[in-house]
Design a protein around this ligand. Structure first.
Ligand code: 2AL
Length: 243
């Protein structure tokens, strides 16, 4: 099976890291490929960044379907464009936030999220509400790291994430921590060792869920609201998205 990891931001080094993290946990026989949109924000850390990146995600879904991809992972913690992506393809599409929340509830009764910047906490909080996980989550915390600092070895990102995870462990009454950024996909082992709690990371969680869905022959339902969008022309620079 072919699982396509879509990094919704346009930073190629992060896309590579996400692909490598997915490949490390994939089963023998699973092909992992990682892409990012051609255009859009280099990192996603606001509602505005998210809105623009969602168009790029949908373009990548369109491209993947032409290539025969079996399942998609949207590898940004705001799950940008998730429901729209599900409308546009019959393949399963999994967001890394929803994947991590699901797995965290299977191994703990309460978890906290440790994400990047304080201003992005609201994005995770909205997702927890809309997915129905809010009462499983004690707190959404920020390590105050801009997303691209995760690409910079000198930025002490790992130390700050570990410090925030330790505060979560001490203060939140939790059994597990969810990492709140696709750019943290390579840090899971070090954080787990340093903090001593199960650490749920969304890219790897989503790859294993995507494998499960494909092997169970479960695709996105085309009955009801996730049916393909009604055919209609799109105008201007989005004309290629219509039919
Ligand atoms: C993210 C993420 O996963 N990728 C990105 O560019 N921004 N999420 C976040 N909370 O900052």
């Amino acid at each position: 099976m072919h699982i396509r990891l879509i990094n919704p931001n346009t930073t190629a080094s992060m896309t590579e890291k996400i692909g490598a993290a997915g490949a490390r946990v994939a089963a023998a026989g699973t092909r992992i490929s990682a892409t990012n949109p051609e255009a859009g924000p280099v990192s996603i850390e606001s509602h505005f960044d998210e809105a623009i990146s969602a168009v790029g995600v949908l373009e990548e879904i369109r491209r993947g379907d032409m290539e025969g991809v079996d399942a998609y992972v949207i590898a940004c913690f705001g799950d940008p464009g998730l429901l729209a992506a599900r409308e546009r393809t019959a393949a399963p599409v999994i967001g890394i936030a929803e994947a991590a929340f699901h797995l965290a509830t299977l191994i703990s009764t309460r978890f906290s999220v440790v994400t990047t910047l304080e201003r992005t906490c609201i994005i995770a909080e909205h997702l927890l509400q809309s997915y129905g996980f809010a009462h499983h989550c004690r707190k959404v915390r920020a390590a105050e790291i801009p997303v691209l600092d995760l690409e910079d070895d000198g930025a002490c990102a790992l130390d700050r994430i570990i410090a925030e995870c330790r505060r979560a462990k001490a203060e939140d009454g939790i059994g597990a921590i969810v990492l709140g950024c696709g750019g943290m996909a390579d840090l899971t082992d070090e954080i787990r060792e340093a903090v001593g709690l199960p650490i749920v990371e969304g890219v790897t969680a989503a790859v294993k869920l995507a494998e499960s869905l494909v092997s169970l022959r479960l695709g996105t339902s085309k009955h009801g609201d996730l049916a393909f969008p009604r055919p209609k022309p799109f105008t201007g620079r989005f004309a290629y998205l219509g039919n």
